[in-house]
Write a protein that binds this ligand. Structure first.
Ligand code: ZN
Length: 243
């Protein structure tokens, strides 16, 4: 089966449209979304409506910003611009879209694969997997061979080999059947690995290949809309630098 896996759109309609244009050219059977449809960007309702029409409901996860926008998780740890954006987002959401976000879970096991927005360890606690020790710990918290995550907005393929060693890859990788993997697919709407292009993944379970893909989008338009809505300047600025 070929999967396209998207995450962390964060209300960035221009980025989502560019990624959709790209995936239309790809052959795949299943689309999976790993959460954070909203937060930061200028078009939360529009992006929810596209994700809802595109991705099967059971294969759509919520992230911390989705839950925060509807009051389902604490936002006291958000930085000031994230908080300002999430309060604005919460006020804009339609009743229908609030109901939709409320129905989404934060992790999923499907066809022998684990998917989580943040981490398999405690998916509703929004931990980040940012270094080798986080990765080593998290390999103990899922039973499948492969776990896909989002949340950090930094794409990376983390391999645990049969000796327990951790190896790191990016881009395209043929997976080894003897190894286990935590794969962060990066962010569609706010990449943070100093590459401003949208990131997502294509995984083929037959050939056992994973490909982290990058797509350019109209960053200037997304920035202009953030500023028009009166959202914090940094949320527009950072998009150009992928950080
Ligand atoms: Zn996010």
């Amino acid at each position: 089966m070929r999967y396209v896996i998207l995450s962390d759109v964060h209300g960035n309609l221009e980025a989502l449209q560019a990624v959709i244009d790209e995936i239309k050219r790809l052959r795949y059977e299943k689309l999976v979304f790993l959460g954070d449809i909203v937060g930061y960007g200028a078009n939360p309702n529009e992006v929810i409506e596209i994700i809802r029409s595109l991705v099967d409901r059971p294969l759509t996860l919520a992230g911390n910003h989705d839950y925060a926008a509807i009051g389902l998780t604490d936002i006291s740890y958000f930085n000031s611009s994230a908080m300002e954006a999430i309060l604005w987002t919460g006020e804009c959401l339609t009743e229908k879209n609030i109901g939709y976000l409320r129905g989404l879970k934060v992790d999923l096991t499907y066809e022998g694969l684990t998917f989580a927005h943040s981490s398999p360890k405690e998916p509703d606690k929004w931990h980040y997997i940012m270094d080798i020790s986080d990765a080593i710990e998290n390999f103990d918290f899922f039973d499948t061979r492969i776990c896909f995550v989002g949340h950090s907005h930094i794409p990376i393929i983390i391999e645990k080999d049969s000796t327990g060693d951790i190896n790191i890859y990016n881009g395209e990788k043929r997976l080894n059947s003897e190894c286990r993997y935590i794969i962060n697919i990066g962010s569609v709407g706010q990449p943070r690995d100093r590459d401003p292009r949208s990131s997502f993944a294509v995984y083929d379970s037959e050939t056992e290949t994973i490909e982290i893909k990058r797509v350019s989008y109209d960053i200037a338009e997304a920035q202009e809309k953030i500023l028009e809505k009166g959202l914090p300047f940094q949320l527009a600025y950072r998009l150009a630098y992928g950080r």
